[in-house]
Design a protein around this ligand. Structure first.
Ligand SMILES: [Zn+2]
Length: 387
């Protein structure tokens, strides 16, 4: 069991961290420590999960100094604020996990001073400062060992020590991120020193219009990877240089590619310009993995579903419809296909009734209107201010 001295050390480390990065103070308070006694767990870095738990081993807490623990708290809260788990472009191969851990660490650590000796930096990887984790991931051609594991908070893949405890909800995490971004802006206005990486991040969080494309393509990529896992798919190392889209890393697929149905809400309330942008983004990602005509069906839907279209190019889509909306008809049509699709991507303003139960197929919703609703069982991306 843990002694009061150790908890005191924990608190001292949090104070140290808040002192070194005052703009992260409220985010640091949202971290929930979970004491772990599993001797086999790699807890050198105080790994987190996506609900903002920090897994603390008594031995590590006793072994490391207050500034070292404080550094790891800043480091880990940065993984969570920057949503590295959501951004993880790989699959479940351990070498990919390690490479992403290095890439995400490099993105974080060039903004931090007082680093412990085993912290990964861009310089240590032979790469320049100031890049994103995705850019480092592309640049890292061969796998190297990382000196530690930052946990599922870094890549979203479960760890043996992860506990199924209530923690920060995705909404609460989002609010914490917005609050942190505002604090960073305030500091900037007061001409305080804030590292460049954090300024860039705050801009992206506060003006999300610039980054919805990235979010949408990341979600689609992730959805494809997961759907591919379900269709008996053999993994091999991705060819990073061969990625057809800049900034997009796709798994090399040897075995069957997942089939995808894109469900388009063509009710009167949708702006066609926004729809076109979202559709172009989605089909761009699909094309890059080689999902063409044969595997891609488009179903347009207003109050009823129209005949599925097998399209090769996005410009070939006929946007039938224009009446009221009931996407349930579209879902029914998509799921009636034989075989049913492995992934459904719905583009909609969200002003529609949704199926009550989650379909057996994974669903991504690109929500074209901030006031629209998407069901909880779908992965949702807000497509805002498309321009
Ligand atoms: Zn890390």
């Amino acid at each position: 069991m843990t002694s009061p001295e150790l908890w005191q050390k924990w608190s001292a480390a949090r104070v140290w961290a808040a002192h070194h990065a005052p703009y992260l103070a409220s985010a640091l308070l949202s971290l929930h420590p979970v004491m772990i006694t599993d001797a086999a767990a790699d807890l050198r870095r105080f790994p987190t999960d996506q609900r903002w738990h920090v897994y603390v081993g008594a031995e590590e807490l006793a072994r490391q100094t207050v500034p070292e623990v404080g550094f790891w708290l800043i480091h880990q809260v940065t993984h969570l604020l920057r949503e590295h788990a959501r951004r993880y472009p790989g699959m479940s191969a351990p070498e990919e996990q390690r490479t992403w851990n290095l890439a995400a660490d490099a993105e974080i650590n060039d903004d931090l001073t007082a680093r412990p000796p085993d912290a990964t930096t861009p310089a240590r990887l032979g790469l320049p400062d100031g890049c994103t984790a995705e850019q480092y991931w592309h640049a890292l051609q061969e796998t190297r060992d990382t000196p530690g594991d930052c946990g599922s908070g870094c890549d979203g893949l479960p760890r043996a020590w992860d506990h199924d405890l209530p923690g920060l909800s995705p909404t609460a995490a989002r609010l914490t991120a917005l609050d942190t971004a505002r604090r960073i802006r305030e500091r900037l206005n007061a001409q305080d020193d804030v590292p460049a990486g954090w300024l860039r991040w705050a801009g992206e969080v506060l003006e999300p219009a610039v980054s919805w494309r990235r979010h949408l393509s990341a979600k689609v990529r992730h959805g494809l990877a997961q759907a591919a896992g379900r269709v008996d798919y053999t993994y091999r190392r991705p060819s990073r240089r061969a990625a057809a889209l800049p900034g997009v890393v796709l798994p090399s697929l040897r075995r069957p590619l997942p089939s995808v149905t894109v469900l388009i809400d063509t009710s009167g309330s949708i702006t066609e310009a926004m729809l076109a942008q979202a559709l172009a983004e989605v089909t761009g990602v699909l094309r890059a993995v080689g999902i063409g005509r044969r595997l891609l069906a488009v179903i347009t839907c207003d109050a009823r579903a129209y005949r599925p279209q097998n399209i090769g190019r996005v410009s070939d889509v006929r946007l039938d419809g224009g009446g009221g909306t009931d996407l349930r008809a579209g879902f029914a049509a998509a799921l009636a296909r034989r075989p049913p699709p492995d992934l459904i991507i719905a583009l909609t303003d969200g002003r529609t009734p949704w199926p009550h139960r989650p379909p057996a197929t994974r669903v991504i919703v690109a929500l074209l209107d901030a006031t629209g609703q998407a069901p909880e069982w779908a992965e949702t991306v807000q497509v805002e201010g498309a321009s």
